[in-house]
Design a protein around this ligand. Structure first.
Ligand SMILES: *Cc1c(COP(=O)(O)O)cnc(C)c1O
Length: 372
């Protein structure tokens, strides 16, 4: 936490107990034999990857997973020993970082594996890699065909490398498509293992798959969204979680408007009756979607107050005419999970986005405060 945390009324509150309880609920659901890789890419989906890491480690996750090298190195500085896994691609010229910093790396070519192997041998280390299989998503990995089988078998012979895992990712297009992807994946690694290429972890399940398809958990799952309390899965009886994040601000000024008075750029909104409008110091530079125009609201004194006018970079406007006793300094809840508060799920719907995007795009400017 930095020294500027308390210099603004606009901030993001992270409930570490919610993150801990959600993670323990996932552990309960998957049982003791399935390893949990907690996905903390994109700054822990906006929650602060470094700051929530300790809570996740205490809750017993096996791995922290990142999308990029820079994200992994940021955590590595604070946690010199904890298992870290990069699910994305790391360019050849940067592979020495993953070897030196003991970070497990996603690999899908013999060329990359050979570089990693050479670096590991040079430094006397064992580099851990996870082989990526493309079962249809066409993002990373190669198709599970004969050529890739031979390539992985060749990687398996390289010195200084441990093929710790093999994984794929579901498109979640339909139950039938998911099943097909899953079958391609399991057939491929079983064939490799029958030929002597063993993996400690097999994994394909993200948050949704991990809840809705228990049979896809194998011996490792990669939940992201559900760690933070985002419900996207269908089987809501299987897992009970809660939103960890609240986004709060406070009224900086109150304006009394006459009929016809405009608000914000272009006077896009005008008062149709004598109105009270509050200026609140949050905007799109905090990660609040401008697409919320005409749809968003904040909650003041428990009452939903519609946003009016175009959201600015640093300030928004709410119609507070119906809030008894409304005053400058009153708290305005932007995202929350209390009565009349906008949840991340609702924000996603109103902004025409998805939950992960709403939280991942929260900027650094609204400082995070952690409660425990
Ligand atoms: C982001 C990501 C996840 C986590 O996804 P959620 O839907 O947030 O659970 C899992 N696996 C991979 C490869 C990812 O990129």
């Amino acid at each position: 936490m930095d020294k500027y945390t308390d210099l603004r009324d606009t901030f993001i509150e992270i409930d570490l107990n919610a993150i801990s309880d959600n993670t323990k609920a996932i552990r309960n659901m998957v049982g003791p034999d399935v390893a949990i890789t907690a996905v903390v890419k994109a700054n822990g989906y906006g929650h602060g990857a470094v700051e929530i890491a300790e809570t996740l480690i205490e809750a017993g996750v096996t791995y922290l997973a990142l999308a990029t090298l820079s994200e992994a190195l940021e955590i590595r500085e604070v946690y010199p020993d904890y298992p870290l896994f990069i699910m994305g691609h790391t360019p050849d010229r940067l592979l020495h970082y993953v070897v030196n910093e003991n970070i497990a790396q996603t690999v899908f070519s013999y060329e990359q594996a050979e570089i990693i192997s050479r670096l590991a041998v040079e430094t006397g280390k064992t580099a851990r890699i996870h082989i990526k299989v493309d079962t249809g998503f066409h993002r990373l990995g190669k198709e599970p065909d004969e050529a890739y089988f031979d390539e992985v078998m060749k990687i398996n012979k390289l010195p200084g490398i441990e093929l710790e895992g093999i994984f794929s990712h579901l498109a979640l297009a339909s139950a039938a498509d998911d099943q097909l992807q899953f079958s391609k994946f399991t057939e491929f690694y079983k064939k490799l293992e029958a030929a002597g290429c063993k993996f400690r972890y097999h994994h394909i399940a993200d948050s949704i798959a991990c809840v809705d398809y228990p049979q896809f958990r194998l011996n490792m799952v990669r939940p992201g969204a559900i760690i933070y309390g985002m419900v996207g899965y269908k089987d809501t009886a299987a897992l009970s979680i809660r939103q960890a994040l609240k986004f709060r601000s406070a009224i900086s000024q109150i304006h009394h408007l006459e009929i016809g008075d405009g608000v914000s750029y272009d006077f896009d909104w005008r008062a149709e009756k004598p109105s009270i409008v509050a200026t609140i110091p949050f905007g799109y530079a905090d990660g609040y979607p401008r697409a919320m125009m005409g749809k968003g609201y904040v909650t003041i004194r428990g009452i939903k107050c519609p946003l009016v006018g175009i959201p600015c970079m640093d300030q928004c406007f709410a119609d507070v005419t119906d809030v008894p006793g409304v005053s400058e300094g009153d708290e305005a809840v932007i995202y929350g999970d209390g009565p009349n508060e906008m949840t991340i799920a609702e924000a996603a719907k109103l902004a025409g986005s998805n939950k992960n995007e709403i939280i991942a795009r929260l900027m650094d400017r609204p400082k995070r405060k952690y409660i425990k």
